[in-house]
Design a protein around this ligand. Structure first.
Ligand code: FAD
Length: 522
């Protein structure tokens, strides 16, 4: 099927300058028809599909949503934009950004989910024989997991907590979870990509082939190319996981144990290390009840030291094992590691569960949030990387003061190792070997007033401003800035490299306009 952008007239006549017509000629100078095999959706339906994201705080009107069948359609969309005066193109993965990063006001949104099934092939790297899977940039990680495990007994090594995200969407940022201390973020676990650049070229790239493009695109905020295929490294999938939570009253004891665990040599630590802050009280959303892993578990606050403050800390750990491993051998491996840690035995919670259930654990929270309405309400989230040097000061100000009553959702904090991140990618990090990811995952009750969401956004800004003023060594993760100055500060001494890469791979600034890093060149 050959589809064309149909005559489409925006509600607001003053926007009519960006109208594409059947012939592809438009008053904004588009000279080529968008001649693709996939589908093109215009008007209110396009806004319904791609006008909003998970953050729910921005609403834009795209000109059209393009549902490509493959890279040639995507390249055609980019070329149509190149030949126009002002069209832009945003790849949209699963639209789970917070601040409109996957949107394109008046532009073309490429719905990558229509390409989800384009690739699925397992192979082995020449050399060390490591298994990999070729998957579509538009595939959901959840689907990749299920197919790899059920068809091959294999699984990717590095994850995000939630798997309803696309491969291309997380690779454009980093993709971080409790495995990243060992394997690095997801961007460290791909060896080859197919990319449609902002020049409209379809290019295969890797560490050795078109390497500048490969490293630009990884963590590149969608600025350099649209990932249509990724080669993802695999490992044998375990059958089971022992999932453990232990509680700390003191931040320095929590960080000392967490840092010790992530600094152990490969295979001599847990397979997953994360942590979170929670309120020292019985609030069902922010407090003690959020810690136990099973309805039979009971959080006994009388076990807490008298000196406990307004917030407490929880280390979350997981150990992989096989069905054939005896209980006692699993217990032994756990005790060898956990025996070194300082926490109260009575505030230890653990369950054994199948590997898939563990990796899909956030899906259960999604289902609950959908029932109670908080999945659809705005999500003014804040994600940062904070250096080990400054995480104590950050705890004092932010956790113990600004958000001491909770954020209506998880407040994650756990250490990562910089040496696991290749500095040739476009991601920027704080200095020092150990830094912390901090995630304030705010959920807002249905019916909350817009002004209360504004207050949460303002609190996020206050935190960022406090970090800047106090010289905290930090970077926003999933960054969102509005001014050029802020982006320059974000990238620091990597800004000129980012600009050079843009000039090479998307000189007209067609791609991912919703990130607001560059303006479309005329
Ligand atoms: P989108 O929001 O659709 O797109 C994100 C950006 O990438 C946009 O700029 C878009 O243009 C670009 N893009 C999308 N697809 C492509 C492509 N194929 N090629 C090039 N550019 C592309 N992150 C973590 O690291 N760890 C977590 O544990 C984690 N948990 C999360 C849990 C939830 C519930 C949510 C909502 C988000 C979470 N995130 C996490 C953040 C998430 O990784 C990012 O927001 C990610 O970008 C979302 O993926 P997506 O497919 O929805 O991308």
């Amino acid at each position: 099927m050959i589809a064309y952008i149909e005559p489409y007239f925006l509600d607001n006549e003053s926007d009519a300058s960006s109208v594409l017509t059947v012939t592809g000629r438009s008053s904004d100078g588009v000279s080529e028809s968008l001649n693709i095999q996939g589908e093109i959706i215009c008007g209110a339906s396009a806004a319904d599909i791609a006008g909003k994201d998970f953050g729910g705080m921005n609403c834009v009107k795209p000109l059209a949503v393009v549902r490509p069948v493959g890279p040639e359609d995507i390249a055609a969309a980019v070329r149509a934009a190149l030949s126009s005066d002002k069209l832009t193109v945003a790849a949209r993965g699963n639209g789970h950004s917070i601040n409109g990063q996957a949107t394109a006001e008046g532009g073309l949104v490429v719905d990558m989910r229509s390409t989800a099934e384009n690739h699925f092939e397992v192979g082995f790297l020449t050399g060390d024989g490591t298994a990999f899977v070729d998957v579509s940039g538009g595939a959901l990680w959840e689907t990749v997991l299920k197919r790899c495990v059920s068809e091959y007994g294999l699984a990717p090594r590095s994850w995000t907590d939630y798997l309803g995200l696309t491969v291309g969407g997380t690779l454009s940022n980093a993709g971080v979870s409790g495995q990243a201390f060992r394997y690095g973020p997801q961007t460290e676990n791909v060896t080859e990509l197919d990319v449609v650049t902002g020049n409209g070229d379809v290019v295969t790239c890797s560490e050795v082939e078109n390497s500048e493009l490969f490293f630009s695109v990884l963590g590149g905020l969608g600025q350099f190319g649209i990932i249509t295929r990724a080669r993802v490294l695999l490992q044998p999938a375990p059958d089971m996981v022992r999932w453990i939570r232990i509680v700390y009253a003191e931040f320095d004891e929590f960080t000392r144990d967490a840092e010790w665990l992530v600094s152990q040599k490969d295979d001599s630590s847990f397979d997953y290390v994360e942590g979170f802050v929670f309120v020292n009280g019985d609030d069902p959303v922010n407090g003690w009840p959020t810690v136990p892993l099973h309805p039979d578990h009971d959080f006994d606050p009388t076990r807490l030291p008298k000196s406990s403050g307004s917030v407490l800390y929880c280390l979350e750990l997981a150990l992989h094992y096989r069905d054939s491993d005896s209980n006692s051998s699993v217990d032994k491996r756990v005790e060898r590691l956990i025996g070194r840690l300082r926490f109260d035995e009575e505030l230890r919670f653990e369950v054994d569960l199948p590997y898939l259930d563990f990796l899909l654990r956030v899906k259960r929270s999604e289902e609950l949030a959908k029932v109670n309405g908080t999945w659809e309400t705005p999500h003014p989230w804040l994600n940062l990387f904070v250096s080990k040097r400054d995480i104590g000061e950050f705890d004092q100000k932010v956790f113990k003061e600004l958000v001491k009553n909770g954020v209506g959702g998880p407040m994650l904090v756990y250490p990562l190792l910089r040496s696991r991140w290749d500095d040739r990618t476009s991601v920027v990090l704080p200095e020092g070997e150990i830094f912390y990811i901090v995630a304030l995952l705010r959920f807002v009750p249905p019916g909350a007033k817009a002004s209360s969401v504004d207050k949460l956004v303002a609190q996020n800004q206050e935190i960022v401003q406090w970090c800047v003023k106090n010289g905290i060594d930090f970077k926003l993760y999933l960054p969102h800035y509005k001014s050029r100055e802020e982006w320059i500060r974000h990238f620091g001494n990597r800004w000129s490299r980012f600009v050079d890469r843009k000039a090479m791979f998307d000189p007209m600034a067609i791609l991912s306009p919703g990130q607001k890093v560059f303006n479309r060149a005329l």
